[in-house]
Design a binder for this molecule. Structure first.
Ligand code: SF4
Length: 70
């Protein structure tokens, strides 16, 4: 039971903290959408867009009832 943590779960993603949205996270559920940006420049019509979202950050020793072994 002691090894049923995020580190050993198939839904855990270890991501370098140097990434823009870095940090270890759980992808068990879809990402949480925080908003949508319309940006000027980039696209063929002079605009571009980006959706901003994230998965919940977890540490390797965290756990929950949805654990599935890798
Ligand atoms: S929070 Fe639960 S489902 Fe997500 S990685 Fe950790 S043990 Fe797995």
């Amino acid at each position: 039971m002691e090894n049923r943590n995020c580190r050993n779960c198939r839904f855990w993603r270890e991501t370098p903290r140097s990434d823009v949205l870095g940090g270890d996270c759980c992808i068990r559920a879809p990402s949480i959408v925080m908003g949508h940006l319309n940006l000027i420049s980039g696209g063929s019509d002079g605009t571009d867009a980006a959706t901003i979202g994230f998965w919940p950050g977890t540490d390797e020793d965290d756990w929950c009832g949805e654990f599935v072994e890798r």
